[in-house]
Ligand binder design. Structure first.
Ligand SMILES: [Mn+2]
Length: 433
């Protein structure tokens, strides 16, 4: 199992961020609040990704304050240790360990934040804080700024989202992050192998989902990166189908889009396979076309290329193939120009992947596509979905295929992080035999 990110790396990230922020600025980051699922039972806790990226700190009820070029540039407000509360909800890190083990310069009880914050924000010209996202937090932050201004008669600071600075940092993964992502992708790919071996007609979609969840959990990936999509037959044509309540039928395909989260890093891997182990001729035609589009897209993933180039390569193959199968009529170049393929392929060909499934990072800067650099991780996920609303021979109806892998851009090209799952028609049928 890969090692956790060392605390020296968290400190280096904060240091680099402090330099980017510049003098007379502050940043306020709230830890994700814990969320109730029903009455007084909570969802499993998931830390805010930026907060985690900068600290590795995994508790709620905490606020990180960054104050570049001051005596204490990294200040944490967090829960105090209280034996009578810890007996219910588990041990807390507290202030002493926060300084010793998490490398913050000062840690105070979260209860002291209202009295300390106005002083910390004095004379700041820019405060990095994402206004208009969480109302209660906005009210608190605006109150501190008001109090600070009243006390110092200073000018009103500008508010700016910190993501402007953190997103470009998070877009390039470090060697330690890549190790974690490779592990998350491998576990997710392995689960597809298990599902291909265990799937059978009559099984419910949620029962097949259980094979994935079990494999993740027993391998220390305690959470999913997103709700798994296990879509038999026509359900595959519903792009975000997460009900997973239907029965899997003989002769149908099942599309599974599922990924685990390992130490907060996400995987996002899709495979489509026949419930009975054998593709029908129509299913095989569509599957092979999506795979050809995947391979054309994959060739475009290397330093210097862009998401648009990947998208265009995949679309060209898809459109050409749809014409050959007589699912589209016309000249390929015209059909591409008019985005005729969108009837069958209506989502993007990929997205950044990291601490969030649809990870942060721009796709275009000043209207120019962002070029790939070593250390970026993206998904590649062409698909074809044929619903009844398309007026074609109904032998094609209800076929939905998506093939999705997690791809690391390397100095020389790319590495498919999720390559442990079979992808060719032959390999899938052989595994299922
Ligand atoms: Mn995806």
């Amino acid at each position: 199992m890969p090692a956790p990110i060392p605390f020296t790396e968290y400190r280096a990230r904060v240091k680099s961020l402090l330099e980017k922020m510049g003098p007379d600025t502050a940043a306020i980051l709230y830890a994700a609040p814990s969320a109730y699922r029903s009455r007084d039972t909570e969802y499993a806790y998931r830390q805010d990704s930026d907060f985690y990226y900068l600290t590795g700190f995994n508790e709620s009820h905490a606020v990180l304050v960054l104050l570049p070029q001051t005596e204490t540039p990294v200040v944490l407000f967090n829960q105090t240790r209280k034996a009578e509360e810890e007996i219910w909800s588990g041990a807390r890190i507290g202030q002493e360990a926060a300084v010793k083990e998490y490398g913050v310069d000062a840690a105070f009880a979260i209860d002291e934040i209202a009295t300390r914050m106005p002083k910390l924000l004095a004379q700041k010209k820019i405060i990095y804080y994402p206004i208009n996202q969480v109302r209660d937090q906005d009210l608190e932050v605006l109150k501190w700024i008001n109090q600070m201004q009243t006390a110092t008669r200073g000018a009103t600071p500008d508010l700016m989202p910190l993501s402007k600075l953190t997103a470009p940092m998070r877009l390039i993964k470090s060697p330690a992050e890549i190790e974690l992502m490779r592990h998350a992708a491998t576990l997710s790919a392995q689960a597809h192998n298990i599902a291909m071996e265990k799937v059978h007609a009559g099984q419910f979609e949620y029962q097949l989902a259980a094979e994935y969840l079990y494999h993740y959990n027993v391998n220390d990936a305690r959470d999913v990166a997103y709700l798994p999509i296990v879509a038999g037959g026509k359900n595959a044509c519903v792009l975000h189908y997460t009900a997973n309540t239907d029965v899997l039928r003989d002769g149908d395909l099942v599309l599974v889009d599922a990924g685990c989260e390992y130490q907060n890093y996400c995987a996002d891997v899709s495979r489509t396979f026949p419930v009975n182990g054998r593709f029908t001729p129509e299913q095989a035609e569509i599957y092979q076309l999506v795979l050809d589009a995947y391979r054309a897209g994959l060739k475009q993933i290397h330093p210097g290329s862009t998401m648009i180039k990947v998208q265009n390569a995949a679309i060209e193959v898809l459109t050409q193939g749809l014409v050959e199968l007589k699912l589209l009529q016309g000249k390929v170049s015209d059909l591409i120009a008019h985005t005729a393929y969108k009837k069958f392929f209506m989502h993007g060909v990929g997205h950044w992947l990291g601490l969030d499934v649809h990870d942060v990072g721009a796709y275009k800067i000043n209207n120019e596509p962002v070029t790939f650099k070593a250390g970026m991780v993206l998904t590649l996920e062409p698909g074809i979905y044929i619903s009844e609303s398309v007026e074609i021979d109904k032998k094609w109806w209800h076929i939905g295929v998506r093939i999705e892998d997690d791809i690391l851009v390397t100095p020389k090209g790319h590495e498919v992080l999720s390559s442990a799952a079979p992808i060719s028609l032959e390999d899938i049928e052989q595994l299922m035999r």
